[in-house]
Write a protein that binds this ligand. Structure first.
Ligand code: FEO
Length: 396
């Protein structure tokens, strides 16, 4: 339970949760676990920036105790009221009754609804500062990144940005810095995090990032509340966020996501994949029961488009397809190019349902749906190939 000094007088005192496999209920899979990052800034006065999830409070206190007596904490800064960061706030304020809880005005209601009242609260807004004695903490409200009450803390003298959930990843490891870990896992987890949490808020993400960039704040390090800390080229993750928010940085990939009853829809998916490949893009084939829907959304973030397929059963999609459609609807990959395909017997219905979901997700349907009755003939498979090829040409 050692703290890690991430820069002079700033310590990571968070907790590592190797075992969590779902986040936000069961809506988001976390194959690599996560961390709840809390940071202790020690000046003449002492500030704890964010806490950890409640069950990990003792782990946080054990780390803090290696640096200072926890009762010496002056400020408990809560950038975000969600329980994975505020769960241990009551533990801090019970141990240190004199400490001041610092948060946005909007956070007060949220925190008071979650936890007992009676705390010494100081609300802050953009530009407000707290002086720890030659160490200045400045606050920036960041509404909808990703809750209305969210804010960033900026340690002025050391150019350290503490943006809570923004720029995080669910990745549990003994390492603390992004440049120390497997880059493929790191970036996949960063993409997965954006796609599954921030994608529907892209407008607000874009606005806030542009606002921060316009301020010209020098940033030496970005220490988010989940996962690894960005110290080497910290603006790279900021640039990627901006690109994701604008729908840029697209890789030459097309996702084909489907489920099948008696393999007819699978035959279509494979034929379309060949067409996509021959058109110069890489098809990513994801048979839904064997694929993770949170990972599918991460892959979609940088893909040029998506084909969604299903056999028809009871005039509707296969039930396995429903959670993916639900994600596409609520995560709103606005403007992402898409089309529907599938097979049916005596009555179609699946492609209509898929198109409705794509529309609700504000995606751009670029082709009429492709359907076949019963089993695709050789001629229909050729048409599926051409369909894939045309889709690729359209989304390039
Ligand atoms: Fe919005 Fe990591 O909580």
């Amino acid at each position: 339970m050692q703290p890690i000094e991430i820069m002079k007088d700033v310590y990571w005192v968070g907790a590592i949760d190797y075992n969590v496999r779902y986040f936000h209920g069961y809506s988001y899979t976390t194959h690599h676990g996560t961390t709840y990052n809390a940071y202790l800034i020690v000046g003449e006065k002492i500030a704890l920036v964010d806490a950890v999830y409640g069950p990990f409070a003792e782990e946080m206190f054990a780390r803090i105790s290696k640096i200072v007596d926890p009762t010496k904490i002056d400020y408990m800064i809560s950038n975000h009221a969600e329980m994975d960061h505020s769960g241990a706030v009551p533990d801090v304020l019970e141990r240190v009754p004199g400490a001041t809880l610092v948060c946005t005005k909007r956070a007060v209601d949220v925190l008071q609804k979650h936890y007992p009242d009676g705390w010494n609260i100081q609300t802050v807004k953009t530009g407000d500062e707290i002086d720890l004695g030659g160490k200045t903490l400045r606050f920036y409200e960041a509404p909808m990144l990703h809750w209305p009450e969210s804010m960033f803390t900026y340690y002025v003298e050391e150019e350290l940005l503490l943006p809570n959930d923004a720029f995080g990843q669910h990745y549990a490891t003994e390492q603390r810095f992004a440049d120390e870990v497997d880059q493929e896992i790191l970036w996949h987890e960063a993409e997965k995090y954006y796609a599954n949490i921030l994608w529907p808020l892209s407008r607000q993400v874009k606005r806030k990032i542009e606002e921060v960039l316009e301020l010209g704040l020098p940033i030496k390090m970005i220490a988010p509340s989940h996962g690894l800390i960005w110290r080497k080229d910290p603006l790279e993750i900021v640039k990627r966020y901006l690109g994701w928010a604008k729908g840029e940085r697209l890789q030459d990939k097309v996702l084909i996501v489907w489920d099948t009853m008696w393999q007819s829809t699978t035959k279509l998916a494979r034929a379309m994949a060949e067409g996509i490949r021959d058109a110069g893009l890489t098809p990513l084939l994801r048979l839904i029961p064997h694929s993770d829907r949170s990972d599918i959304m991460a892959e979609l973030l940088e893909a040029k488009g998506i084909l969604v397929g299903s056999s028809t059963v009871h005039n509707d999609i296969l039930p396995t397809v429903a959670p993916v459609l639900s994600d596409l609807e609520v995560l709103r990959p606005v403007g992402k190019k898409a089309a529907a395909f599938g097979s049916y017997g005596w009555g179609g219905g699946a492609v209509k349902r898929i198109e409705e979901a794509l529309t609700r997700g504000k995606m751009e349907i670029v082709m009429e749906p492709f359907t076949v009755k019963w089993v695709p003939s050789a001629e229909e498979l050729q048409r599926a190939y051409e369909y894939g090829r045309k889709f690729a040409e359209t989304v390039k």
